[in-house]
Design a binder for this molecule. Structure first.
Ligand code: SF4
Ligand code: SF4
Length: 414
């Protein structure tokens, strides 16, 4: 089937300003001072950096605390290069991300950056919580207002809280009070449920998962079409699927290396996400200064995605689908397992085994984990499922991993 997703219409150079395809509901994207700052796209009349910095996977120290010195360097570099959009949330880093972001950004003039956060629908227990949490977030972020604020993780699991506690109406009230500039939602459910949600209110934007693998695996092509039909601008999340698309091995790795040699795996995935015409910023959760530098480079000397590259992405997606990996993005929302099972660690190691055929890391994870916290200790309480934005049914997947490990160990003994 013909792809019409990468509408790369024109590349016109006008006196030092590069004009490329823009956000469908915004306008032309521009790159002033080409070569020094990242490209921008219009959103509600504002110039938004096409690359934005997600603060869900910040660098941490040996104790799992956010490494503030490293994070400060990341922000400094990002700001210098035009990446002045920072996305945090109440739940990230167990509540510490907003504080870290607020502390670092207090070194900059408020009007020099866009600050974005989210209402934790799952954590609400009353109408009053919406304002209580919102005021707490403002304080933690050391600000009077959020540029963009959204209902976080809209899905069948959260819609009752959202409706029963008048979340949308309250967010509009905060907007009237000058504490929010733009109101939107982030989405984690299927296409069928999306249609009524996106049409329920005149949302100013939607944050959705968009990458070249989930376009097919999770039918996000349909999601994109529904949101675009509703004329709602999009922020892309998980463009690299939690970093999974930067760790390709085997034939998937070879395809990008051979057929898109100008790209790293990261730049290839990010450029794919930016090729969608209704996307105004590509949000990437970055964990190191090196990642910021690499991604900034991608969006500074930006090369629009070509039709041939889109075909290469389809080829890689096809290989990855056939490998049968688990669709885990490593977000760690499922880490309160009563049996202490490190679910993302086992999923990551299993995926590595499926893509490379090398079981060493999977067996190492198993051997280094206490027998009390291994996959076979799962009691199928499904608490983890309630937290998983990828809607994974986790207990059977752990069972499958357990069986795989036992088979591998038997063959090891033989
Ligand atoms: S279903 Fe299993 S893995 Fe999930 S929270 Fe319960 S015990 Fe942990
Ligand atoms: S299993 Fe789900 S909740 Fe847990 S890390 Fe993976 S995607 Fe996130």
């Amino acid at each position: 089937m013909k792809r019409r997703d990468f509408i790369v219409n024109s590349l016109l150079t006008l006196g030092g300003t590069v004009l490329l395809n823009g956000c469908k509901f915004g306008g032309k994207e521009t790159q002033k001072n080409a070569g020094s700052k990242v490209l921008t796209r219009k959103f509600q009349g504002k110039d938004m950096p096409l690359l934005s910095l997600g603060c869900m996977r910040l660098p941490t120290d040996a104790n799992g605390q956010i490494d503030m010195a490293h994070f400060e360097k990341m922000v400094e570099y990002a700001m210098q290069r035009g990446v002045n959009y920072f996305d945090t949330a109440y739940m990230y880093h167990k509540g510490e991300s907003e504080t870290a972001v607020g502390n670092v950004l207090s070194n900059y003039k408020r009007e020099s950056f866009y600050l974005v956060s989210k209402n934790p629908l799952r954590a609400l227990t009353s109408k009053a919580d919406v304002r209580k949490i919102f005021e707490e977030q403002l304080k933690k972020c050391r600000t009077d207002y959020f540029d963009l604020y959204m209902a976080h993780n809209m899905s069948r699991l959260t819609i009752d809280n959202y409706r029963n506690y008048d979340v949308y109406e309250q967010l509009l009230k905060f907007k009237e009070e000058g504490k929010i500039r733009h109101v939107g939602f982030s989405y984690h459910d299927d296409a069928e449920f999306l249609e009524p949600v996106v049409n329920e209110h005149p949302w100013e934007f939607c944050m959705m998962q968009l990458n070249y693998l989930d376009w097919y695996v999770k039918d996000f092509k349909k999601h994109y079409e529904i949101i675009t039909k509703a004329k709602t601008p999009i922020i892309t999340m998980e463009p690299l699927r939690g970093g999974g698309l930067t760790k390709l091995t085997g034939s998937a790795k070879a395809v990008i290396a051979d057929e898109a040699p100008q790209d790293t795996q990261a730049s290839f995935g990010l450029r794919w996400a930016a090729s969608k015409e209704n996307v105004f910023t590509v949000l990437s959760g970055m964990s190191s200064l090196e990642q910021v530098q690499e991604n900034v480079e991608t969006f500074t000397n930006y090369r629009p995605f070509t039709k041939k590259e889109a075909e290469i992405a389809d080829k890689v997606a096809d290989i990855l689908q056939r490998q049968g990996e688990i669709n885990c993005t490593g977000c760690k929302y499922c880490q309160d397992c009563p049996r202490g099972i490190d679910i993302p660690m086992f999923f990551l190691a299993y995926n590595e085994y499926k893509s490379t055929g090398n079981p060493d890391n999977l067996l190492k994870c198993y051997n280094q984990t206490s027998p009390f916290h291994r996959p076979d200790r799962c009691i199928k309480c499904k608490l983890c499922n309630e937290h998983c934005p990828q809607l994974l049914d986790i207990p059977p997947l752990l069972e499958m991993i357990d069986e795989t490990i036992k088979t591998l160990k038997i063959s090891e003994v033989k």
